[in-house]
Design a protein around this ligand. Structure first.
Ligand code: BGC
Length: 462
């Protein structure tokens, strides 16, 4: 039954996707197959395509106490404390081996500012060297590093108790640019692909509008100041990274949402049902409706400041529904819209695209209510990504979120890992393969979406 439902949905999606017009100047996936074959039987990805996983320092490293999340941990504000996370700080070599074993050729990780500059202006040489060692270990295994310079967490010294904090503060952009320059100088020649700030449009909402995550600021004032600060920080870091090495390619990865000119957003929806909305917060919000919210989004950074476009595609939502589904394991799944997302963004910006994150959560290791499995999710999304490539969109790579289960910002229940890790109950933090490992390996090793997988998971072909 389920397979049938998926099949019907997939067919509907591919018919729609097949209606698109090819964009000029790009030859597509280059398989030489007929269009019908290409659409229904899977096929090759472009030469040099980056197959990777995406990870983040705070969610996997463990052991850093100089960051702005630590005070919230000490105060017990989260359902689960972070603890050692999955101890990536010590087990990175093992994790790179797992990635290599899947046939991957890229690895997205972050370099944590709070470890490198635990106090203003004070550089921790040992941490910097540890990151250099990590990057060397990745490169030695044939994994191209994709480095995020800020993944939500920043040094605690950027926060002010009760006042303007983090990205709201006028000195934040220059401080961040100095940190970025230092890291780029140290890693020159080893790292070429950079993301300055992870999901700025999620951080502003969670940290500066609703106050659900550190620094816990809320209201229009903090939201708008942080959004402006993040744009300035990205641009200052973009410049620093290019000063260090003009070969660097730099972007920021936004949480994808479907935005068309004139999209408006009612901030009342932001809080969903379980976050108390104070009258004051509501009154503070000018006009109740804003255009371009939640931002900063691609148009706020500007094409001139993005060497490529990086999107985190979880589902093809509209801005209005972005925050209505609160738990990651309840997020909807909509692979077919990935084609349109890529085609639309390429038409608007004319830049190559990287899928910087895409993944599926389960609640612990339970089955999802909608019965999606990670392996089916992977095949469906890559099918529709390949369709975008076939329509002429230059896609650089795909980073699956994530290699292992990790700390999902306050909670360990949502599990996104290709390898599962029971961080709450297993002191050995064993990495246990899920069935998606073998599926991703077949794809990455062949640099293609094998027809057999398209048939097995989508019922298409043959
Ligand atoms: C973030 C990750 C997060 C993932 C799943 C993105 O919002 O960049 O840190 O774990 O999506 O929620």
């Amino acid at each position: 039954m389920i397979r049938r439902a998926i099949l019907v949905a997939a067919l509907a999606g591919s018919v729609l996707a097949g209606c698109g017009t090819a964009l000029p100047g790009f030859g597509g996936a280059g398989t030489g197959a007929t269009r019908a074959n290409r659409v229904h039987l899977g096929g090759a990805f472009p030469k040099g395509f980056l197959w990777g996983v995406a990870t983040a320092g705070y969610q996997s490293e463990g052991g850093d106490e100089a960051n702005n999340w630590h005070a919230w941990q000490v105060a017990g504000k989260f359902p689960s404390p972070v603890g050692k996370a999955v101890d990536f700080w010590n087990r990175y070599a093992e994790d790179f081996d797992l990635a290599k074993g899947m046939g991957l050729n890229a690895f997205r990780m972050s370099v944590e500012w709070s470890r490198i500059e635990p106090k203003p202006g004070q550089i921790d040489r040992a941490s910097l060297d540890r990151y250099k060692g990590m990057i060397d270990a990745a490169v030695a295994r044939g994994l191209e590093p994709v480095v995020t310079l800020n993944h939500f967490v920043y040094p605690a010294w950027l926060d002010t108790r009760g006042g303007a904090s983090g990205w709201e503060r006028p000195e934040a952009p220059e401080r961040f640019a100095a940190f970025s320059r230092l890291v780029a100088t140290e890693l020159k020649g080893k790292v070429r692909t950079w993301l300055t700030i992870n999901e700025p449009n999620v951080l502003t909402v969670g940290g500066f509008a609703s106050g659900q995550i550190p620094p816990g600021r809320y209201g229009y004032g903090p939201y708008s100041a942080a959004a402006k600060g993040l744009v300035a920080a990205h641009r200052a870091a973009y410049k620093a990274l290019h000063d260090v090495d003009p070969q660097n390619r730099v972007s920021t990865n936004v949480f994808y949402y479907y935005s068309k000119a004139g999209t408006s957003f009612d901030p009342l929806q932001l809080w969903g049902t379980d976050i108390p909305l104070t009258t004051q917060t509501y009154l503070d919000w000018p006009g109740r409706q804003l255009t371009g919210f939640p931002g900063p989004y691609l148009e706020d950074f500007g094409a001139a400041w993005l060497d490529y476009l990086a999107i985190d595609y979880y589902w093809g939502m509209a801005a209005k529904t972005m925050f209505n589904v609160r738990k990651a394991y309840n997020w909807p799944v909509s692979p077919a819209q990935l084609t349109e997302a890529c085609v639309d963004l390429y038409k608007r910006y004319g830049k190559p695209i990287m899928i910087a994150e895409n993944g599926l959560a389960t609640k612990d290791l339970g089955k999802r209510d909608d019965m999606w499995t990670r392996e089916a999710f992977l095949v469906h999304h890559l099918y529709y990504l390949r369709e975008a490539i076939g329509q002429g969109v230059p896609v650089m790579g795909y980073m699956h979120w994530s290699l292992t289960d990790n700390y999902e910002w306050g909670d360990y229940a949502p599990r996104f890992g290709l390898y599962s890790v029971d961080a709450r109950n297993d002191p050995t933090l064993a990495r246990v393969p899920t069935p998606a490992v073998d599926v991703y390996r077949q794809i990455a090793e062949s640099n293609s979406l094998p027809s057999k997988l398209v048939w097995t998971y989508m019922g298409l072909g043959f």
